[in-house]
Write a new protein. Sequence first.
Lengths: 321, 511, 337
Amino acid sequence: MTLKALFAATATAAVMFSLPAGAAQLTVGFSQIGSESGWRAAETSVSKQEAAKRQVNLKIADAQQKQENQIKAIRSFIAQGVDAIFLAPVVASGWEAVLKEAKEAKIPVVLLDRDIDPSGKDLYLTAVTSDSVHEGEVAGEWLAKTVGDKSCSIVELQGTVGASVATNRKKGFDDVVAKHPNLKVVRSQTGDFTRAKGKEVMESFIKAEGGGKSICAVYAHNDDMMVGAIQAMKEAGLKPGKDILTVSIDAVPDIFKAMAAGEANATVELTPNMAGPALDAIIASKDKGTVPPKWIQTESKLYTAADDPQKIYDSKKGLGY
Amino acid sequence: MQKGPDPAPLLDVRGLAKSFGALRALQDVDFTLRAGEIHALLGENGAGKSTLIKVVTGVFARDAGIVRLDGAEIAPRSAKAALDCGIATVYQEVNLLPNLSVAQNLFLGRQPTRLGVVRQAEMRRRATALLQEFGLHIDVAAPLGNYSVAVQHVTAIARAVDLSARVLILDEPTASLDRHEVEILFRVMRQLALRGIGIVFVSHFLDQVYEISDRITVLRNGRLIGERETASLPRIELIRMMLGRELAETTGERVAAPAHGAGEACVSFEGYGKAGTIAPFDLTLHHGEVVGLAGLLGSGRTETARLVFGAERADSGEVKVEGRAARLHSPRDAVAYGFGYCPEERKTDGIIADLTVRENIVLALQARRGLHRPLSRGEQDEIAKRFIELLDIRPPDPERPIGLLSGGNQQKVLLARWLATSPRLLVLDEPTRGIDVGAHAEIIRLIREFCDKGLALLVISSELDEIVTYSDRVVVLRDRVHVEQLQGDAIDVTNILAAIAADGAARGAAS
Amino acid sequence: MMARLPRHGLAQILALVMILAVDRMVSPQFFDLRMQDGRLFGSVIDVLNRGAPVVLLSLGMVLVIATRGIDLSVGAVMAIAGAIAASLADSHSLPLVLAAALGTGLICGLWNGFLVAVLGIQPIIATLILMVAGRGIAQLITEGRIVTFTSPDLGWFGAGAILGFPAPVVIAAGMLGLTVAVVRGSALGLLIEATGGNARASELAGVGTRLMILAVYAWCGLCAALAGIISAADIMGADANNAGLWLELDAILAVVIGGTSLFGGRFSLLLAVVGALIIQAMNTGILLSGYPPELNLLVKAVVVLAVLLLQSPRLAGLAGLAARLRGARLRLKGAKA
C-alpha cells in the first residue's frame, strides 16, 4: 500500500515538474472514508490515476471511517487553499457547518459515491454517484432478456438489512420482475454482503428448493455474496452459470474469474471511477464557468461472459479490490 | 428484670413448620415475645434460627403454623410486608446504602417534601433529633459509609423503629463490633425495650446473651428445646440445651502435655520479615508442637501467618525445612514443602462455595500432585469419605456444595483439605471464629489430636482462653513485632495479657 | 450461584430437540440426507458444518468463562488466523501454513492471558484491546481486500470430508474430544473450576491460578485460530472485515445457554457445544423458513430468551412466576402507601 502510494506520489510529482512554468496547476483535496472494502481501495487508486491523467495534484486524506476525521481533513484543505474538495461522506448528516466554511472560502465541494441529507443541497457543487436502483434494473433486465418467455424461479441474496444500497438494488430488480410474469423471486434472505454468509444462505436455499433443481437464477446484491453462492452450488453438485444463472452487482475482479471459468453469467459494474467525472466537472467550471448538474450519475455497465472476463480480471486485480 | 407478671405476648408463634425439600428446617416451633423484653434466640448453626426469622418476616412461606402480632393473625409475604405490620429485621451485614448520607438512609423513600422538593434541612433536623434519642451525636449529612459498623447498625435500628416497628429482630448484630461499640448497641437496645418494643437477639456470644437478655429460647435441629428466664438458667445448662450432650464448661485449663515441646525442629525461620508488614522474627516449630500466636487485632498475627505460608514474600531472613534451606515465594512453594493454611476469612479465602465438599477436600492435594497426576474419582471419593467420617462433617454428603454447609462444617472441610495432604506444618488463623459451641470444642479437640501425631501447628486466636488451652508455646505480638515467647507453666491468660499490654506508653508513642 | 444448574443438561438437550422439531416443521426435508461428491448433504449436516466455528470458539470460551473471565477477541483472532493462512496457502506447505496460523492464535491467547493473569487487567478490557486491534491487524495482512487462494490442501479444511462428514464437523468433534480428554482427563477441570469459583482461596490452596488463567486464554486463542482457518477454507479466501465478526457474542451465548455461569466456577464443555448447536439450528431454521430477513433478529431474540428461561432454575414452574408477580404487586402497593 505505502509503496504504491509513494509510487503514485512520485508519478504525480514527475508530471508536475514536466509542466511548463505558469500553467494552471489544480490542487484537489479528497476526504476518503477509509479502506473498509476492496471497492473503496480501488476507488482510491483509480482516483489517483484519473488525477494524474488530468495533471491534477490530488491530496487524499484517509478518515478511517470517522466523520470527525473527515471534518478535520476538510478544514485542513480549506486552510491550505485547495482549488476543490472531494468528499466521500461516511454518514449522511452533520456536514452543514464545515461545508458552509468551504462555501465561504469559495472552494467548490463535490460529493463522491454517497449523497448527504437534502438540507445540505446548496452547499456542494455536484454529487457523483451511481444509481443503485438503476443497478438493480440493469441486473433484472439482463435476466429477463436471457430467460425470454421461460418461467424462472429466482432466489435473492440481499445485502445487510436496512442498508440503503440493499433496499435500492432490491427495488430496481423487483420493478423489472414485476413487469415479467414469467419471473418470480421465490426466496429472499440477507447474506450481509459477505462471502461466508452468501454461501451459507445459498446452501439453505438449495435445500429448501429441492436440492436446487427448481432454482433457475440467483440474484445477489453484491459479487462477494455471489462468489460464496457459487461455491455452495458447486458443493451441492450443481453447475453455476449453466444449471443456475447468476447475476450480481459491483464487478469486483473475483466475479470475472468465475465468469472466465463459466461459473458466473453477469455482473453490473459499480464503477470505482467517481473521481474522473468529478474532475471533469471541476475543470469545466474553472475553465469555462460551466455549472454542472446537481447529480452526475455514473454508468452502471453490464458485463457478461462475452466481454473477455479474463482480460478485465487482469486489469482490475491491481486496483486494490 | 422489670416486667409485669405474665404480660400478654406481643408476638406469638404457634406450631410453625417449614421444609426445604426433604430437609425439615422447622417442626412445630413455638415462640413468644413480650412487649419490652429482650429475648435471645439461640442454637447451633443449622438449628433453625435464621429459618424461624425468615418465616416470621415473610421471606419464606411457612408450611404450617400461626403467627399473631398483638393477638391478630398476620401472614406477611415479604420483608416489606412484615415491616408494614411492624416487624423489622436488622441483619449482620447492614442493608443500607453506604454512599448516601445518614439522613438520606434514615428517610429513604419517605423524605419530607414540600411541593415535591425534598426539604434537606428539615430532613437533617429530624435525623439529628432521631439519632440523639439513641445517644448518637453525629453529622447526619456525612455518608453512612464513613461511620463505624456500630453507627450503621444503630442507624438501621433507628430507621426501623421510626417506621413504627414494634418487633425488632437483630441477627448477629455484634459479630463485627468491638467492646465499646457493643456497649453503644446494648444501650440503645435497653432504651427501646423500655419504650415497649420487643427485641429478638440472635448471637453466638453467650457472655452478651447473659448481659443483655431477659429470656432465652433455644432451638436444636429445627425443634424447640425450651424457653427460660435468663437469670435462672446456668451457663452449663444453656450449653447442654444447645448441644444436647454433656460438655465440660470451658475453663481455660491447660490440656497441653508438657512432653510435646521437645520434638525435632520441623520448620525454622531466622530473621524472617517484611518491611512495613512484620519486623524480622525468629521462630522454630517442632514436630508435635502447638505454637499459639497472641496479640491484638493488627499486631501482626495474620501477617506472620501469611509470611510463613508464602502468601506474602519475605524481604529478609531465611527459612529451613527439616534443617534444609527452603524458598517460600508463594503458597504453591509452601504447599510443596508440606505446609497448610486455614485463613481467617473462611468465605473469601478458604472455601470455594460452588464446589462440592469432595472437591474442596481434594483441592490442595491435587494442586500439590500437579496437573498430570489427577486423583481418580475413586480416590477422591475415598479421601472425602475418610475425612467426613474422621471430622464428623455434617451432612455427611460429599457431593453437597460446601456453600450450603454451616460455618463449623466448612471449617472442618478446610481442615480436611490440608490433612489430606499429610502436612508437616499447619497454620490455623482463628480456626473457631463464627463457629457454634459444639463445633468449637470439637475443633480444639482435633487440633490436639493432630499434633499428637507429629504435626506442627501454628494457631492464631483472639480468644486467650483457647490459646492457653492447647498451646505448648505462645508467641506474643505487639505492633508487628514478636515481643515475647511463653513456655510451659508460664502460659496463662494473665502473662499473655501482661505481654500484650507491656510498655503501653511506648506503644502509644510508636503508633 | 448456590443452587447450581443440574449438570446433566436436560434443559439444553430439550431445547435443541424442540428447535430441531420446529426446523422440521418449517422445512419438511430438514432431516433428508444424501451423499454428494463423497460428502453427506442435508440441512442437519449444514447445522453441524456451519456451527463448527462457533463450536470451536465455545470450547475455548467456556474454559475462559469458567475462570470468571471472558474473551471478546476470538472473532478478531479468527480473522487474523484466516488472513495468515490464506496469504501463505499458495506459496507454502500446509504444515507451515497451519503452524503459522495456529501459532499466531496461540500468541494472541497468551497475550490476553498475560494481560489478565500477570498484569491483572479486567478480562473484558484486556480482550477488548485485541478485539479492536486484531481486526486491524488482519486488515493490514490482507491490505483490506479479500485474499483468495487455490491450494486444495488448505481448502480441505472447508470442503473436505472424512467418512462423509464435512471436515469442519470432524475437526470440531475432534477438538471437543481433545478438550474433554485434556481438561477432564487431567486435574485441569477441577483446578479451573476452583480458580473461577474463588481465585483467592484457590491460590491459598496451592493452585497455580495464574498458570490456569494463562492456559485457558491460550487454548481459547488456539481454538479461535482453528475456527479462523476453517472459515477461510470455507470461502477459499480471507475476508478480514467480516470473518468471525460478532462471533465472540455467539460463543459467549453458547456458553451461557450451556449453563455455565458468567461468574465462573462450574462448566460443561459438552453443553457449551450443545449451546452452539442450538444457535446454529435456529439460524439454519430461519434461513430455511423463508421469512423475510427483517424478522431474523427478532426471531433469534425470542428463541434465545425462551431457551434461557427454559433452563432458569427460578422459573422451574409457573408457581415461581406467580409468586414473583404477587411480590411485585405487594411492592407496588408498598411504594404507593
